[in-house]
Ligand binder design. Structure first.
Ligand SMILES: [Zn+2]
Length: 387
């Protein structure tokens, strides 16, 4: 089983410069591969595989002075950039993606690949390849970049596909680590989960997890964000020259602030989702049932669309799915046409005209009165028992 970790890096100034240079090398090789394939096609030759292009690049690095600067960087960066470019073409041939584009310096996300065999992790640092040219041992420390979270990635494990990326503020490393899965089979009763706006999740065993976006802290941050956004757009209008907008230093500053505030909001929301999903999985139910997500349908309701977006149902779904996989829990999605909230949990009567405002379900047949979301979760749990 492979678990993927993403940890922030704390490079010093020299390392930061080197990381950007590595990302530049990756971008150069990616663009060169695209150019090579395009000229190849225009001359009437067939598509060249990545192995052959890599061989060609190695020869160029030796002979052509225009390519020799690439020797400063780890050859794995170039190798993977060629592979990525060829993969982009393959995805295009299969109809999975658009025609691959050149990566622009200002438009693309800087990042590169590290060698999974040569990469080393300690409790506090990660060793990347060739951040320094010197072989002296006191200079070799430049290869060791500090990790923001010590001990998150286990040392000496088998690593898969390590990638270093920059997100506009910080450098990150994401790496897959081979872990041993548990053979333990969970025995506790299954749980049905109803997702909603009022509460994030209502479980059939009575647990209720609130909506984080309704807390005072998040509201305060959202207010700050709105004010900043207004400020930025006002500055853009103020500095507009005829038809073109120009970016002043103060706009760049405000946009950085905005980026940080957005990051903060996302982090709070994701943290909440992680806590909820982990807690549900830690109770070790035999199975977990979720509704088929019809987020598109919910987004059409303009009153709800923002709230739905902020809740991150898709992310909840994704986290639940992989965390269930770790604990050998069966993950079930109810059919899209399963009447989870309209059906009475006592007699099975389906109330066709249930309004969204009816928070308490009162059954016209058997007189059963129950909280709407809780009933939905019970129905989902029963769905899981029969399917
Ligand atoms: Zn009933």
């Amino acid at each position: 089983m492979i678990k993927t970790f993403k940890v922030m890096l704390c490079p010093n100034n020299k390392q930061g410069t080197k990381l950007f240079a590595c990302a530049g090398a990756a971008r150069f090789v990616y663009n060169w591969t695209l150019w090579y394939q395009q000229t190849n096609y225009e001359l009437g030759y067939s598509f060249t595989g990545d192995a052959e292009i890599r061989r060609l690049l190695t020869a160029l690095k030796k002979e052509n002075p225009r390519f020799q600067w690439l020797n400063q960087y780890s050859n794995n960066i170039a190798k993977q950039a060629v592979k990525d470019a060829c993969e982009a073409y393959h995805r295009f041939f299969k109809g999975l993606a658009k025609y691959p584009k050149f990566k622009k310096k200002r438009r693309s996300k800087p990042g590169f690949y590290a060698d999974p065999v040569k990469i080393r992790f300690t409790e506090t640092h990660v060793k990347l390849e060739k951040l320094t040219d010197s072989r002296k041992s006191n200079r070799q420390t430049l290869n060791w970049v500090k990790l923001a979270e010590p001990g998150r990635v286990s040392a000496g494990a088998k690593y898969v596909n390590p990638r270093v990326t920059f997100d506009g503020l910080n450098w990150w490393i994401s790496v897959g680590v081979e872990c041993e899965g548990t053979a333990e089979q969970p025995h506790n009763p299954g749980i049905g989960i109803d997702l909603g706006i009022k509460n994030l999740a209502v479980c059939s065993d009575g647990a209720v997890y609130g909506n984080i976006n309704k807390t005072a802290n998040v509201r305060k941050i959202k207010k700050q964000k709105c004010r900043l956004q207004r400020g930025v757009s006002r500055k853009y209008l103020k500095n507009k020259k005829r038809e073109s907008y120009c970016k002043t230093r103060s706009i760049i500053k405000s946009e950085q602030k905005l980026l940080k505030i957005n990051r903060r909001l996302t982090n709070i929301r994701h943290n909440h989702l992680h806590q909820v999903t982990s807690e549900i999985v830690s109770r070790k139910p035999r199975f977990v049932v979720l509704e088929d997500l019809n987020v598109g349908g919910m987004m059409k309701n303009s009153h709800l669309s923002q709230a739905v977006q902020e809740q991150g149902f898709y992310e909840f779904y994704r986290q639940m799915q992989y965390k269930c996989g770790w604990g050998n829990i069966r993950f079930i999605t109810a059919d899209r046409f399963f009447q989870s909230s309209r059906m009475c949990s006592c007699c099975g009567h389906v109330k066709k005209d249930l309004k969204l405002s009816e928070r308490t379900y009162i059954c016209p047949v058997c007189g059963n009165s129950i909280d709407r979301d809780f009933q939905a979760s019970i129905n989902l749990m029963r769905y899981g028992m029969t399917n």
